[in-house]
Design a protein around this ligand. Structure first.
Ligand code: FES
Length: 211
């Protein structure tokens, strides 16, 4: 077992929720991603061992879903939606601005930043929209997208929070989400519950959102 105590404890908590251990494969794959920053062969073997399925079965699950990353994606994964609503609102220009500022084409990453295009992320009313470590920003422009990437490189935030990014770089939103997000993502993988998230102080933020 090469995982940290925290991850092993989290794995135990997850496994306890399911009558069949193998039902826990998918959430445990996120635990594996948090351990290594992406999904390694060792991580998948660990999941197989914990759930009693074969490594091949774990790999077949992991390879089906886009959010399980088999290569490093940097500390900050910028996922720009290029589906129809965002496309019509200029997503391609925003994506090119992200690529230019990051110096990385979509589909690639350096140690800090990964860039990818994404299918609809469910924020069509706030198009063009993107995610950073699966935290949402709506109403992006090419200039604001460049500022966002420059901020990621210079500020190197430990926690990515949607409200903070929206206030700093966002524009028109789908609607007023109302409730502030008090927690943020700590890595380029989907977080759930307290795992993969951390508290942030959003008191000083203006929401920066319009309805
Ligand atoms: S098309 Fe971009 S969020 Fe739906």
């Amino acid at each position: 077992m090469s995982w940290s105590e925290e991850s092993l404890q989290r794995a135990d908590d997850i496994l306890a929720r399911y009558p069949e251990k193998r039902s826990a494969v998918m959430p445990l794959l996120y635990v594996a991603m948090r351990e290594d920053g992406y999904l390694t062969d060792d991580g998948m073997r660990q999941v197989a061992e914990l759930t009693g399925v074969t490594p091949a079965q774990v790999q077949s699950t992991a390879s089906f879903y886009n959010m399980y990353k088999r290569e490093p994606v940097g500390k900050y994964l910028v996922s720009m939606c290029t589906s129809i609503s965002c496309f019509l609102m200029g997503a391609d220009d925003v994506l090119h601005a992200i690529e230019d500022e990051a110096g990385i084409p979509a589909g690639e990453a350096d140690d800090e930043i990964g860039v990818e295009h994404a299918e609809c992320i469910g924020a069509c009313g706030g198009a063009p929209a993107c995610l950073v470590n699966y935290e949402l920003i709506e109403g992006l422009t090419p200039d604001k997208a460049k500022e966002l990437v420059a901020w990621l490189r210079s500020a190197k935030p430990d926690v990515i929070n949607a409200d903070e990014m929206q206030a700093l770089f966002g524009g028109k939103t789908s609607f007023d989400w109302g409730i502030r997000e008090e927690r943020g993502a700590v890595g380029p993988f989907p977080a759930f519950g307290p795992f993969g998230t951390a508290d942030v102080n959003t008191d000083a933020l203006e929401p920066g959102r319009s309805t």
